[in-house]
Design a protein around this ligand. Sequence first.
Ligand code: GLY
Ligand code: MN
Ligand code: MN
Length: 500
Amino acid sequence: MAESEAQAPRATSNRSTVPVSDVFRDYISSNWADRSDATPAPREQARFAAARRASISALHPGKRLILPAGAAKTRSNDTDYPFRAHSAFAHLTGWGSDSEPGSVLVLEPSADGHEATVYFRERAGRDSDEFYANPDIGEFWIGPRPSLSQVAADLGLNTAGIADFDAVLDSVDANTLVLRDADRDVTDQVDGRRLLDADLELAEREADGVGNGTDGDVALARDLSEIRLVKDSYEIEQMRLAVAATKQGFDDVIADLPAIVAHTRGERLVEGTFNRRARAEGYTVGYDTIAASGPHACILHWTRNDGPVMPGDLILLDAGIELESYYTADITRTLPVNGTFGETQRLVYEAVREAADAAFEIVKPGIRFREIHATAMAVIARKTSEWGLLPVSADESMKSENQFHRRYMVHGTSHHLGIDVHDCAQARRDLYLDGVLEAGMVFTIEPGLYFQPDDLTVPAAFRGIGVRIEDNILVTESGAENLSIGIPRTADDVEAWLRR
Ligand code: GLY
Ligand code: MN
Ligand code: MN
């Protein structure tokens, strides 16, 4: 581990004002009251995280699993982006926004599975200069940091100082797997040591299917995605809370509409208003807010958000609040800025809603994930055909070689949702797109229609209209629950919402 690098303060020599004399060092290191080392009760997630660790342990018997949180990412010079631990690390530890950058979870093979230890940089004593002189990690600079025993009690895990992680690296062999995309430095070190693991000649390794170790790493990343496909009861509760906070953010935007319309960059105000709620009620936003007004709504991932919000237009707001636990909502509502849908706007809006409702209707355990998209697309094909937009019938358009209706909705209808907005992304197709639904899965249903301002295949009245309706869906034992049903979604209900 690059301990010395992490310890060395970055780029402050030009403006450091910390005195360096021994007299000062002795003075600032003395006369501090004893710090409480009270250990907390285990957090609610701890037992769920333990069960998740048991799942990954059972899939990789006898393998040492190295799962870094990742290091803080430099934004520029000595400033970092806000730290976010790797999602798999958060899932397996229950440590979310309060996790320590540079931590590593190690699952060491043991007689009955694996022994889990989190290595992290514990707080420094007042006898070191770290606490007052290191802007990266000193408590004078970034606030209180936990001790090893506090984190051990909180997460229900063994803990060890990050310096001890060197011994883990020293023991890396061909039976070690690493979560590759979490921490480049750790991955490089594991790769190097696996190659040096001299007992196995290359041919022997290939015969064993061990390769250079990266095949096993790919399987680990896949499995870490797949064990998140079905959410536990803690995760489902977090999703409910994330959706509830997100609803408040949407309410705030509606309440602020007069100021938003009055500003030349109204979309930025929409983003700011939503993000204010995200910071107040959650941790942050789960992805960059899409505040897309007028023709910007036709740009699927419009996050520049520098346009005006004009009466007569629709504004598409795709936004989700991520909680301290990292679980996020992902909701889209499309609102008429002046409070009332125009005739064509309403026609398009209700077609999208019909597609969403039809897709939701079929959701229950046992159907295939991809049937949700197919059901929504049948409505989109029928509607665009009825409006005379397609060069063939709706049935012809639905054939895989045609798909003309997809000109107006090029994205998919659903993705899994959880710690990541696009959760479980490395799961096998057999379990995801072609997978069979199980109770406890959470995903979006988000059909849309987007008529680009310069699309000559549609009448002028349709051009520049973009609509998406996105809800967060929980599969239940008997069917499905729309977690975001409390956020108005029919055209009439949206108009009533705007009147309030
Ligand atoms: N907000 C990104 C998405 O809906 O997938
Ligand atoms: Mn989505
Ligand atoms: Mn979205």
